[in-house]
Design a protein around this ligand. Sequence first.
Ligand SMILES: Cc1ncc(COP(=O)(O)O)c(C=O)c1O
Length: 340
Amino acid sequence: MNLNFASDNTGPVSEPIMQAILAANHGGAMPYGADPAAARVREALRGLFRWPEAEVLLVATGTGANALALSGLVQPWETVFCHRIAHIEEDECGAPEFYTGGAKLTLVEGAGGKMTPGTLAEAMAPVGTKGVHGVQRGALSVTNVTEAGTVYTLDEISALTAMARDAGMACHLDGARFANACAALGCSAAELAAGFDVVSFGGTKNGCMAVEAIVLRDGAQGPEMGFRRKRAAQLWSKHRYLSAQMEAYLAEDLWLANARAANAASARLAEELRALGAEMVGQPQANMIFCRMDRAAHDRALAEAQYYVMDAADRPLCRLVCDPSKTAAEVDRLLELLRG
Ligand SMILES: Cc1ncc(COP(=O)(O)O)c(C=O)c1O
């Protein structure tokens, strides 16, 4: 039984994606993104986002997608506004700063992992007031689903991106869990992407093996980003295997079906955890749950299951994440262990 709730990247590759990799594994295909499936993926994402001029670059990691996306948006003397707990701040080992040639990240506060127009305004106010002595406003980076498991509504996003745009900044979406956000909001991909210039469109956490798409609204940036991807050692020579994954992920809306499955498993788990007396930390809105439970419950569960316990309090905080493969039986078993 797969009792690994540590992350959505602990899950297996979805069967149609594995089949697509196997199907791609015959004969020859041109390397470095010149495979025919890469062009089909670009067309599919143009259609999905309703960005007819978009350019698409496939990479193998989410960190690569974010760091490269930002490198095309800001100058080294500019700053990227992001939430204090954004993945680009906390979990990418300085890759965004490295790939942007040293651009700064300016951290924005906000409950539940979400920036608000008020906290963004507060963070923006001093930036750009010191002439040559201070960094300049460069870009806004929003994560949806957030790192706290919450989901920005479309209105919340458009308020933030409008502010950024008014200040002359570009907007990036860290969509490592783009599909889960769409499923949670019941909106289209185009609606979620609206307002952004570049989207890191995640696949790996939602049933792919290793593929993320950098989707550039303005395709004219494609050639420059192509050089950046190569310099970043993120241009796969056997690119057809990236394309095959993304093509299968987009076909018949597998991306959305997978996200709905992961979100549904998580919603059920959250409901049962509440009934068990777990105290939710923030509102789980997609496929990630943060909650506090008695240490004894964790001890019982962790003898068989895996997930992250994040502090040493009497009722330790834990993070539980459902990937698309999670079955009702797996969720039941975890609950059984927690109940004791
Ligand atoms: C919100 C978010 N963005 C980006 C990433 C980066 O993905 P990777 O681990 O593939 O670099 C993650 C992975 O945990 C994530 O949670």
